[in-house]
Design a protein around this ligand. Structure first.
Ligand SMILES: Cc1ncc(COP(=O)(O)O)c(C=O)c1O
Length: 394
C-alpha cells in the first residue's frame, strides 16, 4: 500500500498536506457543539465565518458554501435562470463537470477553443455570440487566473452572463482580480486535489444580490429560509439540497488561514526550481500574464512529441520519484458519453477545437505542493533538466 513515506515527491495535493491540530480542533469544536447543520444557531458558526473569509479575501460581496464544485456549477446555472435548450459556450479544455452541469439543466454546451491570454478564443466567441447564447463558462486552469476583462466587457454589452469555473483557480489572481470575480458568478472546488481542501466542498461568489439569493434558495431545496424554510414566497424555486455542513466549513476555515503561507511556499519552491533550470533555456514553460498572481502550485511545459508522453511520465517517476501529469485525456466532448448523446454534429463540425487539441495534447504538469524541501526542489529541477537534455521537452 502507498504511504506518505513512499509516495511521489510532488503529489497533486496542496492544502490537505498541511492538515494539523488546527483542523482537528475545529472539527472537534463542531462535534462538541452538536451543531453540524449550517443553519443551526451555534457558538462555532464556521460556515458563516468561512464564507466571510472568502468575501474579504476576494473583495466580493457574496459567498455561498456548497457541497462541491459540480453542485456549485449547477447552482450557478439555475441562479441565472438557464432554461432547457439554452446555448452555453464552454471552454473546451475543462473537467467534464463543467459541461455535465450544463447538460443537467437541459442546456447545450458549445465547446470553445481556449486561449492562454483571454481564457477562450476571442474569434470563436464572436462567431458563437452571433448565433445566440445565454452564458459563457470560462475555466481557469491549474492555480492560474486568466484575464477575463475583455470577455466580460464584450458579454456585458450583449446581456450575456459570464460564469467562471474557478474550481482549479481558487485564490489565483490576475492584476489583483481574483479568479471567479471577473464575471457574474464564480465557482470554487475544495476537493482533495485543490489549493485548499476539505476532501469535498465548494463555494459560489458573486456581487449580485439577486443571483446570490437565488443560489442560496436553490441549494436549500428552493426554499426561502428565515429560521425555517418555506416554499410560499415568490422567490422559491425547485431546488436541490447542496448545503455545505459545519464540519466541512471548519476544515476550510482553518485551511483559509494557511493560504498565504501555502502561496509563499509554493511560489518560492517554483522560483527556486526555475532558477536552477534557467541555463537550459526551456522555452515551452508556460507563464501567465501575471505570474505574480499564480498560486505557484505547478510548472506547466510542453513535450516535443505526444507519443513520448507515456515514457516521460514513467521514466521521471522511476528515476526521480517525481510525478509528471497529463491533466485530462483529451477534450470533454471526445468522451463517448458526450459523443453519443450530447452535441449535435453541426456544433462539433463547426468547432471541433483543433487549436485546443494541438495545445493540450502535449501539455504536461509538475505539481509544486507546499511541503517541498530544498533537496526535493533540486530533484524536481534535475528531473526537468533530464527531460530537456534528452529532447523530450523543448
Ligand atoms: C475545472 C473543474 N471544474 C469542476 C470541477 C468539479 O469540482 P468538484 O469535484 O468539487 O465537484 C473540478 C474538479 O476537479 C474542476 O477541476
Amino acid at each position: 500500500m502507498e504511504t506518505y513515506q513512499n509516495r511521489v515527491i510532488n503529489p497533486n495535493e496542496y492544502g490537505s498536506l498541511l492538515f494539523d491540530n488546527k483542523e482537528e480542533i475545529a472539527v472537534k469544536n463542531v462535534i462538541k457543539s452538536r451543531k453540524i447543520f449550517r443553519y443551526s444557531k451555534t457558538e462555532y458558526p464556521y460556515t458563516m465565518q468561512f464564507e466571510k473569509q472568502i468575501t474579504d479575501k476576494m473583495n466580493i460581496k457574496y459567498c455561498l458554501g456548497v457541497i462541491n464544485g459540480t453542485a456549485g456549477l449547477i447552482t450557478a446555472l439555475n441562479a441565472i435562470n438557464i432554461k432547457p435548450k439554452d446555448r452555453i459556450l464552454v471552454s473546451s479544455y475543462t473537467y467534464i463537470a463543467t459541461a455535465l452541469a450544463v447538460k443537467l439543466v437541459g442546456a447545450i454546451p458549445i465547446p470553445m477553443n481556449i486561449d492562454f491570454n483571454n481564457g477562450i478564443d476571442l474569434d470563436d466567441l464572436d462567431k458563437e455570440i452571433d448565433k445566440g447564447c445565454k452564458a459563457v463558462i470560462v475555466t481557469h486552469l491549474q492555480g492560474r487566473c486568466f484575464d477575463l476583462s475583455k470577455i466580460r466587457d464584450k458579454l456585458r454589452k450583449k446581456g450575456i452572463f459570464l460564469i467562471e469555473d474557478a474550481c482549479q483557480g481558487f485564490s489565483a489572481k490576475c492584476n489583483e482580480v481574483y479568479a471567479g470575480t471577473y464575471g457574474d458568478i464564480g465557482i470554487y472546488s475544495f476537493q482533495q486535489f485543490k489549493q485548499i481542501s476539505s476532501g469535498e466542498g465548494g463555494a459560489i461568489v458573486t456581487n449580485n444580490k439577486e443571483i446570490y439569493e437565488r443560489a442560496r434558495n436553490y441549494t436549500d431545496m428552493g426554499a426561502v429560509r428565515d429560521r425555517f424554510p418555506n416554499w410560499d414566497s415568490n422567490t422559491c424555486l425547485f431546488g436541490q439540497n447542496y448545503r455545505i455542513n459545519n464540519i466541512t466549513s471548519a476544515i476550510l476555515y482553518e485551511q483559509m488561514k494557511k493560504l498565504d503561507y501555502m502561496h509563499k511556499k509554493q511560489k518560492n519552491s517554483r522560483k527556486n526550481i526555475l532558477k536552477k533550470i534557467e541555463i537550459y533555456k526551456i522555452s515551452s514553460i508556460l507563464y501567465s500574464k501575471d505570474s505574480n498572481g499564480d498560486t505557484g502550485m505547478n510548472i506547466i511545459f510542453f513535450a516535443n512529441d505526444e507519443k513520448k508522453i507515456k515514457d516521460i511520465i514513467e521514466n521521471t517517476k522511476n528515476k526521480y520519484n517525481v510525478e509528471v501529469r497529463k491533466m485530462w485525456n483529451g477534450l470533454y466532448f471526445d468522451n463517448k458519453l458526450f459523443k453519443d448523446n450530447k452535441l449535435t454534429d453541426k456544433d462539433l463540425k463547426e468547432n471541433s477545437c483543433e487549436k485546443t487539441k494541438n495545445i493540450v495534447s502535449k501539455m504536461l504538469v509538475i505539481s509544486i505542493p507546499p511541503i517541498l524541501s530544498e533537496n526535493e526542489e533540486n530533484t524536481i529541477a534535475n528531473a526537468i533538466v533530464d527531460l530537456k537534455v534528452n529532447n523530450y521537452i523543448y
